[in-house]
Design a protein around this ligand. Structure first.
Ligand code: COA
Length: 374
């Protein structure tokens, strides 16, 4: 670690090396293993990107076909896990549900030694949507859904289980693109959590459970849900502008804006914004998209703060009929690829992650026997 001066939250501090991703780097922007995020979003499917992250190179056509087919065989849930999902209360937060479900999977399908780590990653990638939607549908409709649909893609499978029917091409592709955009982002808080856990030579399920806990908070993945709750409060762009101005005057944080690394824009936002507009037009929306644009404008005009990946992702999901409380779990279904790739990278050259701290407590105190204390 190369800390030269004390910086809050380790901002600007390099905490290690990675070959997986560049974030906002001069001349590179956002890349996964050297591929520009815009090329990936425009041309690849999520499973292709997952393969790139987990196996180190873009797949050939034959490799991709085999990979997609393999992931399809890994979607089923053990009966004991289904029972557990039925026992978790319906009003639990779905991020807590996923954290518990991943941890439980680590009991019934333990990783053991690390020789099957890629298989463990594929298993989690394939069955996270099954866990989430099985729990959701059981508690909202009382249905024990079949978690093995005939949709090839993670996105199609997710929407099919959620709505009980195959999604439209537009919805499948839009969700797929957001999964690509969310897949990897260098040493963000949840990925760093996963690497810290991995650094102790712990197992993949522990690393992923910890990462889910870190992603849950509104300063990280939880921002997409908080953004939707904000957008939905307003009926008109004018009302949104006025209220956001008042919130800024009160020094409230507006979720879905700002970033620790990016300074002028988040490259993922333009893609999400375009999809949000297209889906708004398709849905005949005349409220939420204009309100979102008004919030984006006032944040830039007043604070020079830009929308991050979470802000327009919120309405993209909303227009597909996805309930708000499932937004952050979708992030998990995508970021599992980045987390698992980092777990494997950490293991390939492992060193325990254990930084130092600057002590700011009291100086050495004389011992006082318990009856003499005041
Ligand atoms: N709304 C209002 N003000 C914001 C803001 C936001 N979303 N993001 C940053 N600011 C302001 C802070 O209040 C602070 O102002 P100050 O210097 O007057 O105190 C300044 O900008 C720096 O912000 P800070 O929170 O210290 O930066 P950070 O690097 O620690 O935090 C985030 C980065 C992402 C945590 C922060 O921008 C944030 O909380 N955003 C909202 C949550 C979010 O969207 N998270 C998802 C990130 S992808």
């Amino acid at each position: 670690m190369t800390a030269k001066k004390k910086v809050g939250g380790l901002a600007g501090v390099s905490a290690g090396e990675t070959a997986l991703c560049t974030v906002g780097q001069e001349g590179a922007g956002l890349t996964y293993r050297g591929y520009d995020i815009y090329d990936l979003a425009d041309n690849a499917g999520f499973e292709e990107v997952a393969y790139l992250l987990l196996y180190g190179a873009l797949p050939t056509r034959a490799e991709l076909d085999a990979y997609v087919a393999r992931l399809k065989t890994l979607r089923a849930l053990p009966d004991a896990l289904k029972t557990l999902l039925e026992m978790i209360p319906g009003d639990a937060h779905p991020m807590d549900v996923l954290r518990t479900a991943v941890s439980f999977l680590g009991n019934v399908e333990p990783e053991g030694d690390f020789s099957n780590q890629a298989e463990v990653a594929d298993r989690l990638l394939a069955c996270l949507p099954s866990m989430l939607i099985y729990w959701h549908r059981f508690h909202t409709d009382g249905e024990r859904i079949d978690v093995e649909t005939d949709d090839d893609s993670v996105a199609g499978h997710f929407l099919h289980m959620l709505h009980g029917k195959a999604p439209s091409e537009t919805h499948r592709n839009s969700l797929d693109t957001t999964l690509i955009l969310y897949a990897e982002h260098e040493f963000n808080a949840s990925t760093f959590t996963a690497r810290v856990i991995t650094g102790t030579l712990s197992d993949m399920h522990s690393a992923v459970s910890g990462a889910i806990g870190a992603l849950r908070g509104p300063l990280h993945g939880g921002a997409n849900e908080a953004a939707m709750e904000l957008i939905e409060r307003f009926d008109t762009p004018e009302q949104a502008t006025q209220e956001v101005l008042a919130m800024l005057a009160r020094k409230d944080k507006i979720m879905g804006f700002g970033h620790r690394v990016y300074t002028v824009s988040d490259p993922r936002n333009s893609v999400n914004k375009k999809m949000s507009k297209a889906l708004a037009d398709e849905a005949g929306d005349t409220r939420l998209y204009p309100v979102s644009e008004a919030i984006e404008k006032v944040m830039w005009d007043e604070k020079k703060l830009f929308a991050n990946a979470d802000f327009f992702a919120a309405t993209v999901y909303h227009f597909m009929g996805i309930p708000t409380y499932l937004f952050t779990p979708i992030f998990v279904c995508s970021r599992i690829t980045g987390w698992a790739a980092h777990v494997m990278e950490q293991r390939s050259n492992n060193k325990l992650i254990r930084p130092a701290a600057d002590y700011i407590g009291p100086s050495l105190q004389p011992w006082v026997a318990i009856d003499d204390r005041k």
